[in-house]
Design a protein around this ligand. Structure first.
Ligand SMILES: NC(=O)CC[C@H](N)C(=O)O
Length: 229
């Protein structure tokens, strides 16, 4: 299975995302922001970082990059797409996901191990979890507060499209403690915390479930492999 990982100027975590794909059993393919060609990939990951220096808003310029035009077209046909942190910001700016990520309510960059609850397993990227599972993966951003109109929040909640929710304290003022959402079809998912940094035992944060040690993030990439199989 070929999983494309996009690099924009200012991307940071594309290497870890490619590594996560490989550890989950996939083949990682490098995609370049200025290239419209998706090189026959079966899925796309938009990684974390500071694309185009976070000007004008985080993700706003990346959403207009040539590669994103192809991602937007293919996502409408069901291509699995995962946006991690800056990637989530790009997905919201490109219109593939609703809402916006704005500055953390406390105005500071946050970097910590974050506990999440898996609220929906009906997406390409969360099908490997059991519903309600609690996982811990790193969170690191300045603009991670998820905001949307009341109607959009009601729609996301009503349609079961909140995929990940912060537990044990809201780190950034996100509405309804939302850490990650999906589109209606479930092929596009964006989340602020970083699963690609919790894929190897001994290196990621310990899971509160006690079942795994530091590898909760790997299940997101393994979920995709199950869907593509
Ligand atoms: N880790 C990241 O992807 C950072 C995302 C974004 N540039 C922010 O600081 O909010």
């Amino acid at each position: 299975m070929k999983v494309g990982v996009i690099t924009f100027p200012g991307s940071l975590d594309e290497g870890d995302a490619r590594r996560a794909v490989r550890l989950a059993g996939g083949q990682a393919v490098e995609l370049w922001h200025a290239d419209r060609d998706l090189h026959g990939v079966d899925a796309v990951i938009i990684p974390g970082g500071f694309s185009y220096g976070d000007y004008l808003r985080c993700g706003a310029i990346a959403a207009l990059a040539p590669v994103m035009q192809s991602v937007i077209d293919r996502a409408k046909d069901g291509l699995p797409v995962l946006g991690i942190c800056n990637g989530f910001q790009v997905l919201c700016e490109s219109g593939l996901l609703p809402g916006a990520l704005v500055r953390n309510d406390h105005q500071k960059f946050i970097c910590r191990e974050q506990k999440l609850r898996v609220e929906s397993t009906r997406t390409a990227w969360s099908s490997g979890f059991s519903e309600g599972a609690e996982i811990t993966i790193p969170l690191k951003n300045g603009e991670g507060s998820f905001q949307a109109h009341d109607e959009t929040i009601a729609e996301l909640e009503g349609e079961g499209r909140v995929v990940f929710r912060y537990v044990d304290g809201n780190p950034n003022g996100s509405r309804n403690d939302i850490a990650g959402i999906s589109n209606a079809a479930g092929n596009v998912v964006g989340l602020m915390p970083h699963p690609e940094h919790a894929v190897e035992a001994g290196y990621g944060p310990d899971s509160p479930s006690g079942i795994r040690t530091g590898t909760d993030g790997l299940i997101i990439f393994q979920s995709l492999m199950g869907v593509l199989r």
